[in-house]
Design a protein around this ligand. Sequence first.
Ligand code: ACO
Length: 323
Amino acid sequence: MMMTRIIGTGSALPEAVLTNDDMSALVETSDEWIASRTGIRTRHLAGKESGVSMASEAARRAMENAGAHPEEIDLIIVATCSVDNFFPNTACSVQKELGIPNTAAAFDMNVACAGFVYALHTVHAYFLAGIYKKALIVGVEAISRLIDWTDRSTCVLFGDGAGAAVVEPSEEGGVICISQHADGSLGDALVCENREIENPVSKREQQLSYIKMNGQAVFKFAVTRVPECIHEVVDKGGVDINDVSLFLMHQANERILQSVAKRLKVDIAKFPMNLQKYGNTSAASLPILLDEVSREGLLKRGEYVVLSGFGAGLTWGATLLKW
Ligand code: ACO
């Protein structure tokens, strides 16, 4: 069976770190409130870094880790919802930074916090169709540009960063089953509007929009849909959920992950977390976590691993992998 194997990972975080105490100097909040509601203690924010610079650095490290040369990469997908430029897309800018030749295709995907799993699934489908042989997948967010730094209900939650993976088709291990879903009818729960259309036939009031979130609706969505899609992939793959070694989840909130673990009746120790350090880095959170657990040696050949992302759209999905 052809699987899509992750053969190298990398990540890059911006230098500047803000603690919860730093946040309480900006808005009326406290370390106690943020840590007890979310688990978050610090977050990294882009200062001199950009989305492209973080994505390129994470990609460079993933390629080094995989032993992959630029000329081998024939597909680049960047998952992001906070692009530096409408165009060129981030993937083309990463291609330029890394010297990947024009034999490769490069595009961005916006599936918010579910972006990395959707991108991995897209590559998997290409590989199954016999198109492409080695792909670079990046999740990156400079999401701080979409945040109203006077809104305490959202600004304490997010952070910037990038993670990347190099993947190739393999008979030995990799993606076994995928599940991905969307429900646009619930999209209002988490929104960031673009600027208004302004042209000779439409003059509208320009007002920059920032992330607006119905926190409780997002919480409820995540704790019901995520266990469902995880069950979907393990059932499809014929794997007992207790035989999964690690559940690598989008790092939104510690309480969401505790609730997901409880609903799955799985020990929370199988859910590694780094949201304490980085906050919610949206599409970047899963590949950053993947890179950390990989470098810590927690991923063992032949073991089952589940990835799951969920976020704006609303969108969600899961991947079952044999490592
Ligand atoms: N500091 C202090 N008080 C705050 C803060 C803050 N940073 N933010 C909100 N509050 C206040 C509110 O104003 C409210 O006060 P009021 O009762 O006087 O009106 C009170 O705290 C309770 O607000 P709630 O929104 O009801 O707080 P809740 O317990 O639901 O926690 C949270 C909010 C943490 C956002 C929670 O709803 C949650 O975890 N939601 C999941 C959403 C999430 O993780 N989103 C991330 C992005 S989406 C994604 O990645 C999928």
